[in-house]
Design a protein around this ligand. Structure first.
Ligand SMILES: [Cu+2]
Length: 253
């Protein structure tokens, strides 16, 4: 039934957008897309691990001596998070998403905002996955002034200060962009990454190196892994109705 009703709605949306006058072309195109619905009866999952082969590179200790207030917030030396290899030989902070294969549909972003914190003059999380149109709440838990710089190329870039105890900054990114750096113009060591997905099928590997994409409609997909230093890898797979597909990626030094 859902499939039967989707076509007239799409046609109506197209007619409405075709009659619009001053909306930008991109918005018009996206508005014409049918809203995506996943049938829970046939949805499945794609999961796996991101392995790291070889010796883990030694990360340098971050020199925060130029800002004693930042330095005082840490009891142990802070290492750069460029490459974090877990105890089980997997790689952390890898963004994994469905790069291609979903039908041209418009996905509704979640109501809850994603969060990016600045704590001890370090961004947390280091790799952030967010959906297009989802709100991003940026916090400053430090006693110092930060300057948040979204170095995006598809979305408009911005660079704004965020004093201590300031109101949380609320941002959103209207276009898919995987991925771009978020830096701080005050503290050159501060660097995180933001990946903006057009749909909800993405994950970031944590301390066990695994990922799971849930509620995925059956189909043939290109799944891509993106790491800030080691780059992109992709693989094609077919997810059967109600299936559980598995896929591992491997990086190495
Ligand atoms: Cu800063």
């Amino acid at each position: 039934m859902e499939h039967l009703s989707a076509a007239p709605i799409a046609a109506l949306a197209f007619l409405l957008s075709a009659c619009g006058n001053s909306t930008p072309e991109k918005t018009e195109t996206e508005a014409a897309l049918p809203i995506a619905h996943v049938d829970p009866a046939t949805a499945g999952s794609i999961s796996g691990r991101v392995l790291f082969q070889g010796d883990a590179p030694v990360m340098p200790v971050i020199d925060m001596s130029s800002n004693p207030q930042c330095e005082r917030e840490h009891h142990t030396p802070q290492k750069a998070e460029t490459v974090v290899v877990n105890r089980n030989g997997t790689l952390r902070n890898v963004f994994v998403w469905i790069k291609d294969g979903l039908p041209p549909e418009r996905w509704t972003p979640p109501a809850e905002s994603a969060k990016l914190d600045q704590v001890g003059c370090v961004y947390s999380p280091h790799m952030l996955g967010i959906m297009q149109g989802q709100k991003l709440e940026i916090l400053n838990d430090d006693p110092v002034n930060h300057n948040v710089h979204a170095e995006s190329q598809i979305n408009p870039a911005w660079n704004e200060s965020e004093p201590p105890r300031a109101e949380h900054k609320i941002k959103e990114f209207d276009s898919a962009e995987v991925l771009f750096p978020m830096t701080c113009s005050v503290h050159p060591w501060m660097r995180s990454y933001v990946a903006v997905s057009p749909h909800p099928f993405f994950a970031v590997t944590g301390d066990d190196g695994s990922f799971t994409l849930k509620g995925v409609p059956p189909g043939t997909y290109t799944v891509e892994a993106v790491h800030e230093k080691y780059g992109r890898k992709d693989a094609k797979l077919t997810l059967a109705p109600s299936g559980s597909a598995t896929l591992d990626f491997a990086y190495g030094s």
